[in-house]
Design a protein around this ligand. Sequence first.
Ligand code: B12
Ligand code: SF4
Length: 601
Amino acid sequence: MRRPPCALRTIMRVLLINPPIEDFFFTPARAYPLGILYLGAVLKKEGFCVKLLNSLEGNKKFPIEIPEGFKYLKRYYHANKSPFCLFSHYYHFGMRFAEIEKAIRDFAPQVVGVCANFSPYFETALEVAQISKKIDKRIMVVLGGRFSTAQPKTLLARACVDFVIRGEAEYSILELCRNFESGNISGIKGLCYRRQSGMHISEPTFIEDLNKLPIPARELIAYKEYTYRKEASTALIASRGCNLGCSFCAITEKFRFRRAENVLAEIESCIAGGIRHFNFEDDNINCNPEFEKIIDALIDKFPHAIKVSFMNGLLAKGITARLRDKLIKAGLTHLDFSLISAQNSLRQQIKRKEKTSDIFSSAEDFAKKGIRSTVHFIVGLPNQTFASSLRDVRLLASSPATLGPSIFYPVLESAMFAQLKELFSHAPVTPDGGTVQGFAQRANPESKAAKALRPRSFTFSEKDYRYFRSSAACFDKKLSRERIFFIFYLSRLVNFIKELIEKLSLDEGSFFDLLKNTTAKYRISKNTLIVSKKIDREELGLVILNRLLNKHVFLAVSENKISGKFHYIFSKEEFISCTDIRKALAGLTIKSASGARVTLQ
Ligand code: B12
Ligand code: SF4
């Protein structure tokens, strides 16, 4: 590899990369590479020549073949124009590997740092490591992030990985780069590497005083291109760690927070650079004793000039009426709460201490002031039943909040992970009877055939990490996969109605009129509707909803253009019983953010 003949030749070149991810879905509004921006800031400050490649920048995505291990999901995720559908394609989100290769060649780094944060996507991080070594085997490849912290040995087993840093890596990567040439790396906190006698694995390191860290080096990315509701937007974090200890969560390190002035200085520098929206990614920012002070300062210094959100969630407990009004004044765009489940015994089991009544009353209070909330809840937790999930949907339907269902996934460092042995012993099996590595999927867990296929002992290999994502819908101990997706469909139907009555200011009477009139516009013959103009999402949703409520049995729809006409072909969603959906909808009261209600018959 030719290194550039520039003045920087003697300065070490470090390239930090956030790799692509491959999945059925991704949330582009939160693709901010905060972790490596912190590393970049520390390295830049010390004079290293740093470049950052966030391959998730710019919302690139390419449909790719569903990997063999995920083929069982084809039954649930397929091309569907219905506004209630699950996912459709499997995608490569982010830059293609060839583009990443070119970027590495062009920059000619001595060090490549790759973020291996998410367990299910560690393979794309390894692919980037592999590419770096292929370009020049002298490149020092270092990996870090949550997955790296949990499984350093998995990564170090690959020749393309030289080092893994466990935990918060700002100071450790700096030390590593400083000592790169001398080779004196002993004593660097969190550093793991291979040696002749095996692997050297250090304990993860966490930074005590966050105020001493430089602010993330946003100038390393096209920061104005990251937008939210058309305004330049950034993620930021005012604290790290969490003391609350929910058993399904990876965040087990001690809670530490930044002083208000320190956070303010970061916000000021962002505002000077044109950023107007601030999304706090803290795990529980309102446990931060400086939180109200930060909000007060935002109101004082930037009145009506900025917008704020907390997409990783706020704890409802502690949001007093005074704080609520301040948050709104500071430019709050919307709220995200984490209900997990409304069932008390489940909440106790997962050690969730927040009261559900606090969440519901907060969502009501904010709605009255014109601020929408999304209440996130988990479907498929160990020991969760269908009835319990259905109750969550009912409760949320009658609240002004949007429903945010997410499917349970196991997290490597969580306390719950230790119980996996038990969970895997109910290992599901694929509908076609095959097994997928350590855990396979099973249509009827109690069937004789399924029991015969159940692995006798608990084993799972690194190939199984890919299933530690919500879209894999892995467990079906008490709540089968069909039932999990049922809750998803139902939630989408409820959200669709909420949105519609809000947007068109409908009441119960006008909602049912709209339903009837829209359907009357379209004549469906043999499950096919042919029109000269494309039908919009809302109308299509209303057509499906009306047919559903009137006992017809389709939920899926495909769209094709034939000889200038649009053909909509309606079909059954095989795995969902329309009778059950109708039963679940019957008598359901749905409330919009503005308070309008519709009760379905
Ligand atoms: C923002 C976020 C996202 C964003 C993406 C962010 C991104 N940059 O790509 C979105 C919303 C898309 C996302 C999605 C998911 N997420 Co998320 N996410 C987070 C969150 C809330 C904040 C991350 C952050 O900015 N932290 C702040 C920075 C400062 O810390 P950091 O990133 O950890 O970086 C430090 C170290 O890790 C390390 N480090 C990081 N990178 C590197 C690189 C090198 C080279 C080195 C040496 C060190 C290093 O040094 C950094 C500085 O100290 C974390 C929770 C958390 N507190 O971290 C969960 C978290 C990372 N997410 C998690 C998961 C599992 C997911 C999902 C896969 C879950 C799912 N639904 O299946 C999804 C993916 C779904 C999808 N297809 O979109 C888990 C990861 C656990 C694991 N081992 O896999 C976490 C920890 C949440 C949790 N409570 O369990 N997520
Ligand atoms: S889920 Fe949130 S509150 Fe619970 S331990 Fe994790 S970070 Fe803390």
